[in-house]
Design a protein around this ligand. Structure first.
Ligand code: UDP
Length: 422
């Protein structure tokens, strides 16, 4: 293979493996993003290699997703799951194995698109070693996150420094919402090039089933009022706010209210501990009769859950984008979300759903009730949500914008030496 093959792109996602099951502790929006962007770019004619860290001997080193799109797992540290806050020390080995892979396959990636701060460090090394151009998507900003949690991890200062450096040195930063861009500017640096290209969703999969059909498939009565949460178990996801809000719902004792909480967890891990804590609150409030902890919901069954719901709630303390909101909207289900970050961009209050201040139990309760008591308004909001996602947030549209950006950057690399020679 030619070392300067155009339309060759490396997506780097050290801790977010695009080929694994989604919905557990460290697997969420980033994995979905990388996988779908990768596959959509391949359809647009790119040769896409997605690099991630291998976490067990059983995992295949290479997973071929389609003809031009594959996941490549590199060794970095021992073959076991390591929480992301403890991964930084293994990154030099990741870089070495990336270079080794290039050598063995006679490829030099002219362009790398890195995801999350850990991968941004890898991208910055590749830039130094071989002049690779770098596009970076943060997925989460330390400067925002550390404002919303009580215990700051040891790695915090390193992360903040790396996040500043990549903003100032990458050829392009991709912010997924105007709110994220604003945070980069106000909290990280005024230097650097930022474009806004949102996350996307599969508008064919989500929205493929009616509410009636979905309910009959899941055995849910037509008159039930279904409130749905989908996401990881993490205190910052605000599941507690949702549970306490439903306890205050005017429909609490109507016999029709049902709360479904979808998301996987591993006993003993941090998501398992959060699940136990939430279950305890549900029991204490006497809500177990109408609450289902549904476990991890596969991407195949998720469209059915979203379609069956009257309202999907995203009560996060902070969310740089929030894929769940657009998945629900694509399924014509209104969203009640925290008035933060990317949710302010995706959810249009009074048109596709409602926003409430994060952790404000009363505000969530009344927003949820407003939608539950009016099926006509629910349908109107749902229809507008679907339309918004179709026009703004399809993977195809997102990948086309990224493709254009990559092409521009690669063209510049071809032109630059010529310009220098003039
Ligand atoms: N998800 C899933 N099954 C689950 C829970 C979550 O497939 O049981 C997926 C969900 O559909 C979404 C992603 O995980 O695509 C979560 O992304 P989001 O941006 O909402 O949150 P993050 O995980 O990035 O914090």
């Amino acid at each position: 293979m030619n070392s300067t093959t155009e339309k060759h792109i490396a997506l780097i996602s050290v801790h977010g493996d695009p080929a694994i099951e989604i919905g557990k502790e460290e697997a969420g929006g980033q994995n979905v993003y990388v996988r779908h962007v990768g596959e959509a770019l391949a359809q647009l004619g790119w040769q896409v290699d997605m690099f991630t860290r291998k976490v067990s001997l059983e995992q295949d080193t290479i997973v071929q997703h389609s003809q031009n799109c594959r996941t490549i797992r590199l060794k970095a540290g021992s073959l076991e799951f390591v929480p992301r806050d403890q991964l930084f020390g293994y990154l030099p080995e990741f870089v070495d194995n990336f270079l080794e892979f290039q050598k063995e396959n006679s490829i030099t990636y002219q362009l790398v698109h890195t995801n999350y701060w850990l991968s941004s460090w890898v991208g910055m090394q590749l830039k130094k070693i071989q002049g690779s151009k770098q596009v970076h998507t943060y997925h989460s900003l330390g400067a925002v996150k550390y404002n919303t949690i009580k215990t700051i991890p040891l790695i915090a200062s390193k992360r903040l420094a790396v996040e500043k450096e990549v903003l100032e040195t990458a050829e392009k930063i991709v912010a997924t919402s105007p709110q994220e861009k604003q945070h980069m500017r106000s909290l990280v640096s005024l230097k650097g090039n930022i474009d806004i290209i949102p996350c996307g969703t599969d508008i064919h999969r989500f929205g493929s089933i009616t509410r009636e059909a979905a309910r009959s498939e899941l055995g849910i009565a037509p008159e039930a009022k279904i409130v749905l949460y989908v996401g990881r178990f993490d205190p910052r996801k605000g599941i507690e706010t949702l549970v306490r809000a439903l306890n205050k719902s005017k429909l609490r004792d109507s016999n029709n209210l049902q709360l479904i909480i979808g998301g996987g967890s591993t006993p003993g891990n941090s998501d398992g501990r959060e699940r136990d804590r939430i279950e305890k609150i549900i029991n204490e409030l006497g809500m177990s009769d109408f609450t289902t902890l549904a476990g991890r919901l596969s991407q195949e069954i998720l469209p059915t859950y979203y379609a069956a719901a009257d309202v999907c709630v995203v009560p996060s303390h902070y969310e740089p984008f929030g894929l769940v909101a657009i998945e629900a909207m694509a399924s014509s289900t209104p969203v009640v979300a925290s008035d933060v970050g990317g949710l302010q961009f995706t959810v249009v209050p009074e048109q596709t759903g409602l926003l409430a201040p994060p952790e404000d139990v009363d505000a969530f309760a009344s927003a949820i009730d407003r939608i539950l008591i009016s099926p006509e308004w629910r349908d109107e909001l749902g229809k507008a949500g679907r339309k918004r996602v179709e026009t703004k947030f399809s993977w195809h549209g997102v990948a086309s914008q990224l493709s254009e950006l990559y092409s521009q950057l690669l063209e510049q690399s071809v032109q630059e030496p010529a310009l220098l020679a003039q």
